[in-house]
Design a protein around this ligand. Structure first.
Ligand SMILES: Nc1ncnc2c1ncn2[C@@H]1O[C@H](COP(=O)(O)OP(=O)(O)OP(=O)(O)O)[C@@H](O)[C@H]1O
Length: 298
């Protein structure tokens, strides 16, 4: 066990539609790093987050954060979820529908009476005006801001995010990414974020880990992992907002806002209906023949 690290070494049997798939994952992450976890559907990404959170127990292995041992099957140690200082955000928000925004945050507080943190978070997330609303009275982006605020209430050591912004349009996703980066700078928590979006990976992540069939197939910086020789881009998407689109030499020439930067894409003609100015798009990254290289612009 090392200082200032998330250390994971687990084995499990995934029960897939095609039978048992052995899962074996071993990696370390420095404190304060943001790890993007990606790979095809069924690779075991969500299961790994659930194991780290203590919601699923791996059949064998160890998980530790800093000096705290969260799991060691050889010593029968399994620290329950509530004692691992973790925040979660999932794609579907998972707010309590009968509670107001503020009540959702207060519920996440461990000790009553520390309401100041809740008010500060509501303010920082631009939610103060909405504190009395129920989730169904909020937009998707607002609900996800509440979910992020709720995950941060207990100042977690580790934030686990499972495709948290995937359902949001481009500008909302960008705003939420900014909020995540802002709080990351303030609190220095470690983050694991499941994402398929190449722009999001380059914008947020220090490290990228690709999983396939229950195994880690690659781990490195975004620039190392997405080099032109070893292009692991098959499962990735590119999302943005169309600014303009014109036909040129049998292709579409599209100007788009991607991670708040204007970029040019050359796309097949049959994508014209999706490429109307103002539209948000998500397309397979492999479709872009120029493979736009997004620099880490944090
Ligand atoms: N607790 C569990 N024990 C064993 N197998 C599980 C468990 N939970 C899920 N599985 C199986 O593990 C496989 C991987 O599922 P998982 O949801 O982790 O994949 P994923 O990489 O997150 O996929 P997606 O990108 O589609 O969300 C699936 O076949 C699923 O049925």
């Amino acid at each position: 066990m090392s200082d200032n690290l998330l250390d994971i070494n687990i084995r499990h049997s995934l029960q897939t539609a095609n039978g048992i798939l052995p899962m074996e994952v071993s990696f370390s992450l420095s404190k304060g790093n943001i790890l993007a976890l990606t790979g095809p559907s069924g690779a075991g990404k969500t299961t790994l987050l659930r194991q780290i959170a203590g919601l699923v127990n791996p059949q064998s292995g160890k998980i530790s954060l800093d000096q705290q041992l969260w799991l060691d099957t050889s010593q029968d140690i399994q620290i329950p979820t509530r004692k691992r200082n973790i925040g979660f955000v999932f794609q579907d928000y998972a707010l309590f529908p009968h509670m107001t925004v503020k009540e959702n945050l207060l519920f996440a507080l461990e000790t009553k009476g520390d309401e100041k943190v809740v008010d500060e978070l509501l303010d920082a997330m631009g939610l103060t005006q909405l504190h009395g609303r129920k989730p169904h009275q909020l937009s998707g982006g607002q609900q996800q801001r509440v979910a992020l605020a709720r995950a941060l209430v207990r100042k977690p050591d580790l934030l686990l995010l499972d495709e948290p912004f995937a359902a949001l349009d481009h500008s909302m996703r960008y705003q939420l990414q900014n909020l995540l980066l802002k709080f990351h700078r303030l609190y220095h928590f470690t983050v694991i974020i499941v994402t398929h979006d190449i722009g999001e990976i380059f914008r947020l992540a220090d490290r990228v880990m690709i999983m396939n069939h229950g195994k880690v197939t690659q781990l490195g910086s975004p620039a190392e992992v997405y080099t032109s020789e070893t292009d692991n881009a098959d499962d990735l998407t590119l999302s943005g907002e169309v600014l303009s689109c014109q036909k040129l030499h049998g292709h579409l020439l599209v100007s788009a806002l991607i991670e708040n930067k204007v970029r040019q894409l050359t796309l097949p003609l049959d994508m014209e209906p999706q490429m109307l100015p103002g539209n948000n798009f998500t397309l397979p990254y492999s479709l872009d023949p120029n493979r736009i290289r997004l620099v880490n612009n944090r």
